[in-house]
Design a protein around this ligand. Structure first.
Ligand code: IPM
Ligand code: MN
Length: 370
């Protein structure tokens, strides 16, 4: 018997369970055609977990995740009204996602922004801007910076309510994510875009100082510096100039959503959150409560997160590649999900399950053939 991989499945809220149900079909196909086994263990996480167990990240889920080889997480969160029934500290963002990231120190967040030339009709950008397609790897620092700094709120000496939120990094935190950026750049086009705001923020001046040191070890990688605001514009006007980008947590949150924007939907944004000992995988988008249960959510980012896990946690590169190819070929043959407006009259809009059916058929063929 070959390897058995133990995977914690945190399906999450709203559309989470329906896209998760489709994504995990990939494991069945691989187990059928390869000498591999996948043990999937469901665990409650998010708003649903709070209502059932009083905690958004319950103890039993922590134990399951601790014990797993990798974690697959769906989107969490409920509508604004439903969220108000949950105390602030247990709302899924603060009560579940950030603690998950902190627990496994998943400091490097890989967010591929990818659109093949034949999927270019999904993008709001003009074909002459997209040219041969979009292929960017955005690396976001995920466990420090503005998200994780000290927070304080109160009344100041003038009697005014105030808030304070700190952006803090030590040099090791910056170095480790920059090294990931340089390593990726080295394996790709040997160009690293460093995104910062050093004209205003001391934290960026320091970040760049550390970058200069780290870059000594990567003489083969060319560093290009760009201010984060300018990068937002450049992503729209000339995405082809980017290959690997690296940046602070909050900058990465914002620019990665812009990445989804230039692709045409956040539904096309899977991600990997990598720590020293453990990694978890999740779509970059939210739980879309408005379309939950309607079988119309795009499962691409959830299935893509499985593809990233196969490669990055299990070293199953060919299998990962097959998942990407299968999804690409479904979109390229003229299918679309309802989040993707294509402007092309011959696109056929398919449901969550129909899309996954097409992908799994294609995947089974690809896997059986190799
Ligand atoms: C993301 C999300 C999260 C973040 C939220 C849900 C806490 O927007 O993964 O980009 O801000 O990091
Ligand atoms: Mn975000």
């Amino acid at each position: 018997m070959g390897n058995t991989y133990k995977i914690a499945i945190l399906a999450g809220d709203a559309i989470g369970p329906e896209i998760m149900a489709q994504a995990i079909r990939v494991f069945d196909i691989l187990a059928k055609h390869r000498d591999l086994a996948f043990e999937l263990i469901d665990a409650p996480f998010g708003a649903g977990a709070y209502f059932e167990y009083g905690k958004a990240f319950p103890e039993q889920t922590k134990a399951i995740c601790d014990d797993a080889d990798a974690i697959l997480k769906g989107p969490v969160g409920l509508s604004h009204e439903e969220s108000k029934k949950i105390p602030v500290e247990e709302q899924p963002e603060r009560g579940a996602i950030l603690p998950l990231r902190a627990r496994y120190n998943t400091f490097a967040n890989f967010r591929p922004i990818f659109l093949s030339k034949d999927m270019a009709h999904f993008s709001p950008l003009k074909p002459e801007i997209i040219k041969e397609g979009i292929d960017i790897l955005l690396i976001r620092e995920l466990v420090g910076g503005l998200y994780f700094g000290e927070k304080e709120q109160g009344v100041n000496e003038a009697g005014l309510r105030y808030v304070k939120e700190v952006l803090e990094y030590d040099e090791d935190q910056i170095r480790q994510v920059l090294e990931v950026g340089f390593e990726q750049a080295r394996q790709r086009k040997k160009v690293l875009h460093n995104i910062h705001k050093s004209n205003v923020l001391m934290s960026s001046v320091f970040w760049n100082e550390v970058l200069d040191e780290v870059s000594q070890d990567y003489p083969d990688v060319e560093v290009k510096h760009l201010l984060v605001d300018a990068a937002a514009t450049a992503l729209c006007l000339n995405p082809g100039q980017f290959d690997v980008m690296v940046m602070e947590n909050m900058f990465g949150d914002i620019l990665s959503d812009q990445g989804g924007g230039i692709l045409g939907s956040l539904g096309l944004m899977p991600s990997a959150c990598i720590g020293p000992d453990k990694a978890y995988y999740e779509p970059s988008h939210g739980s879309a409560p408005d379309i939950a249960g309607m079988n119309i959510a795009n499962p691409y980012s959830m299935i893509g997160s499985v593809a990233m896990m196969l490669d990055m946690s299990f070293g199953l590169k060919a299998e990962s590649e097959a998942v990407w190819l299968a999804m690409k070929s479904v979109f390229e043959t003229g299918y679309s999900t309802s989040d993707l407006s294509s402007g092309e009259s011959d696109t056929k809009i398919v449901s969550t399950i129909e899309f996954a059916d097409l992908v799994m058929d294609e995947l089974a063929k690809l896997i059986a053939a190799t």
